[in-house]
Design a protein around this ligand. Structure first.
Ligand code: FAD
Length: 442
């Protein structure tokens, strides 16, 4: 009966513990997490703050009590794992409420510690009201501040997924929102033309965007940008990304890779076969290029949990890598992407072509239709689909998922014309935009 210890009790940690129990009724499973709240839906937090979800408890999937009663899994919240002794196979744990430290032995250790929000060093930042949004307590802090102070304005630093989702939700609460982004475009992982559509949407909803810019000085409500622009805001939301939590792993001598994540093999084992890593902190590989890749999103954490649990149970299901498929809502637009974008492709040695398709999401005569911008990159030699971006008002999820599946299956751009995709006027056209792009690809 193996003794399993898991670090982290949210997306990856809680899922892997539960999957292990599903496959093995006997093993002893103990989970430690330094925070207060387990298994919360981080992805739902912007929508709770925007008032779309009324009760914060709806974001919590389960509790330590339920895990104990229903799955016989011990979850210790407010417990930080401080150190791993790989030789003795023990972890040193600190109970953050009592400040007491103790040791716990493992046969198998699973690390799913996620990441910590990056807060760039900024002159005078302590004089302002500054938030990050990573865990449940962060969300509560922002919510309490909004309730108590009724802020009218916010500067969001970072125009990635979370920054844009928060921009939308804060605008819907009636706030004036300004985005400050260091790179030359919003949603830096998009191709420029896709990003331009997103930026236009932000402008149309009153969000001011300062690109190639960052905050140099803060004095209370007064914020100075690099290019000397002066802004005022009741609070600042720092949303410039997360840094993978790898201190425990690196201090224990586990290999940290090019993406700053814990290096893992096809079964998510680290260089110590008794220790697995998954989720935001784990580095694996790109599905297409095989290059090191780390995708800090929910799908990898959940998928990798399945791989780890099965491997521990004796089933070898190799992880084949990540495409980074993702989607976000930005006001009336949805923005989806999968596989390699132009920047990755230009950096790779792949010779690629691109087809761009502007269509309606569904039958133009049907009252509820929208514009769709679809862009597919494919290998110029073997014609395999390498990546896609879809931006539009409707039907983005359907197209991006079809193309993600096509990449996984190794389909070529020419195969896409033959896909028999569901059609009725509210959903598509007899020739779906994915078929159309393929007809036109040279
Ligand atoms: P986490 O879920 O972050 O869990 C790690 C846990 O480990 C934390 O509770 C941490 O405190 C704990 N921990 C760390 N170190 C220790 C230690 N030494 N001892 C004990 N405990 C420790 N993804 C999507 O795919 N789609 C979305 O729409 C989406 N929206 C998001 C919106 C927001 C606001 C945020 C913050 C994230 C969003 N994500 C989204 C990302 C997704 O939530 C993460 O990718 C996922 O939670 C990662 O899972 P994880 O287990 O690696 O880390």
């Amino acid at each position: 009966m193996p003794k399993i210890v898991v670090v982290g009790a949210v997306a990856g940690g809680a899922t892997v513990a539960s999957q292990i129990r599903y496959l093995d009724k006997d093993s002893s499973i103990t989970v430690f997490d330094q925070d207060e709240t387990m298994s919360f839906a981080a992805c739902g937090m912007p929508y709770y703050l925007g008032g779309h979800i009324e009760n914060e408890q709806d974001l919590i999937a389960t509790t330590p009590e339920k895990f104990k009663d229903e799955k016989n899994i011990i979850v210790n919240m407010n417990h930080r794992v401080m150190r791993i002794d790989r030789e003795k196979k023990i972890v040193e744990v600190k109970d953050l409420l009592s400040n007491k430290t103790f040791e716990d032995a493992y046969d198998v250790l699973i690390l799913s510690p996620g990441g910590t929000p990056i807060v760039p060093k900024t002159d005078g930042l302590e004089s302002a009201k500054v938030f990050t949004l990573r865990n449940f307590e962060d969300m509560r802090n922002i919510h309490s501040f909004i309730e108590a102070e009724s802020p009218k304005s916010c500067v969001i630093v970072g125009a990635g997924f979370i920054g844009l989702e928060m921009a939308e939700n804060l605008v819907e609460l009636g706030m004036k929102v300004t985005l400050v982004e260091k790179s030359p475009q919003v949603m830096n992982i998009l191709d420029v033309d896709s990003s331009d559509i997103v930026e236009k949407e932000l402008h149309e909803h009153g969000v001011k965007v300062y690109k190639e810019n960052f905050i140099t000085h803060v004095d209370g409500r007064n914020i100075t940008l690099d290019q000397c622009e002066k802004l005022e805001a009741d609070f600042i939301l720092m949303s410039v990304g997360v840094s993978p939590s790898t201190e425990l792993a690196s201090e224990a001598g586990l290999t940290i890779g090019d993406t700053r994540g814990i290096v893992t093999n096809e079964f998510m084992q680290t260089n110590d076969s008794a220790i697995y890593a998954l989720g935001d902190a784990a580095e694996n590989k790109d599905f297409i290029t095989g290059q090191p890749k780390r995708v800090p999103l929910a799908w990898p954490a959940h998928r990798q949990a399945y791989i780890v649990a099965n491997h521990i149970a004796g089933q070898e299901i190799p992880f084949k890598g990540m495409l980074g498929t993702s989607i976000a809502k930005v006001f009336d637009l949805s923005v989806g992407m999968t596989g390699l974008g132009e920047r990755n492709l230009n950096e790779s040695d792949l010779y690629f072509k691109t087809i761009t398709q502007k269509s309606k999401s569904n039958a133009g005569y049907y009252p509820d239709h929208g514009d769709l911008f679809l862009k597919i990159h494919y290998d110029a030699e073997n014609r395999k689909v390498l990546g896609a971006q879809v931006v539009g008002e409707k039907g983005v999820d359907k197209r991006i998922d079809v193309i993600a599946t096509a990449i996984y299956a190794g389909l070529t751009i020419d195969d896409l014309q033959a896909l028999e995709l569901a059609y009725a006027p509210p959903y598509s056209s007899p020739k779906d935009p994915v078929n159309m792009a393929s007809y036109r690809a040279k």
